[in-house]
Every structure is written in C-alpha cells, then in structure tokens.
Ligand binder design. Structure first.
Ligand SMILES: [Zn+2]
Length: 140
C-alpha cells in the first residue's frame, strides 16, 4: 500500500472515530476558535500571551496543551491576508494610480498589521479544528 493510501486510511479512520458525544457541533467549535475560546465550553480562553496554547481550559479543564498547530496558522494567515491586500492594491492602482512611494509604504504596513491581527485568530481556529479531529501529535 502506498503512502497516499495509508494517509487516506488514517484520515478516514480518524474521521470515523471522532467522539461526537458531549461535543459541540463543528461550526460552533470553529466559531469559538475564531474567538480564541475553548472548543468544549466556549467560556475559557484557548491562547495566553500572543500565540501560546493554554495547557488546559481555565473554565472547564479541557486539556489543550497537547495540541500542536505547527505551521498551519501562519499559512492560513498569509492566504487570507494575501486575498485581502492584493485585490485592494490592484483596485487602488487601477482607480487612483497613487505614487510608487505610497504603494511601497502603505501596503506592506497594512499587510503586516493585518497579519498581526489575523495570526492569533488563525491559531485559535486551527487549535479548535485539531481538537475536534482528535489529532494528538502521536501520528508521526
Ligand atoms: Zn473550556
């Protein structure tokens, strides 16, 4: 069996074995992730400081410290910010044709600021998605 089939089998078995008893719906979990709230209760916070995952929920005690989102939140953030900044840049160029110094100054600052705001939101989203899928980091 090849690697792709192994990965598919692992993913399907993971999806089939997700414990849905006493778990909120996926959309609720993901919205809680966007709000950086606990996937189980929605009251406690998932992150502390800027991007660190809390070992456990302060409200319900749900274990969160084992969840490793790795590089997915930065990739997700870059995709979202790119899809916001690039169309705005192209629209401004087409309609207003601002000077080059303006383009070279405003758009990088806007992109960095938006990334700074979006990264914790992406992290909360990814942590809650991983929690829902039950991925513990022992799959390696
Ligand atoms: Zn909680």
């Amino acid at each position: 069996m090849d690697v792709v089939s192994d990965a598919r089998l692992w993913f399907i078995s993971k999806i089939m074995s997700i414990n849905t008893v006493n778990k909120p719906k996926l959309l609720t979990i993901l919205l809680r992730g966007v709000c950086k709230s606990c996937p189980q209760c929605g009251k406690g916070r998932t992150l502390h400081s800027y991007l660190k995952v809390r070992p456990e929920c302060t409200e319900c005690g749900e274990s969160l410290g084992h969840i490793r989102a790795d590089d997915f939140p930065p990739y997700l953030t870059m995709v979202i910010v790119g899809h916001i900044i690039v169309p705005l840049l192209l629209l401004s160029e087409r309609h207003y044709a601002p000077p080059t110094w303006f383009q070279m100054t405003v758009w990088p600052i806007a992109a960095l600021a938006l990334m700074g705001v979006m990264l914790p939101i992406s992290k909360g989203f990814c942590v809650n998605l991983i929690w829902h899928l039950g991925i513990t980091g022992e799959e390696r």
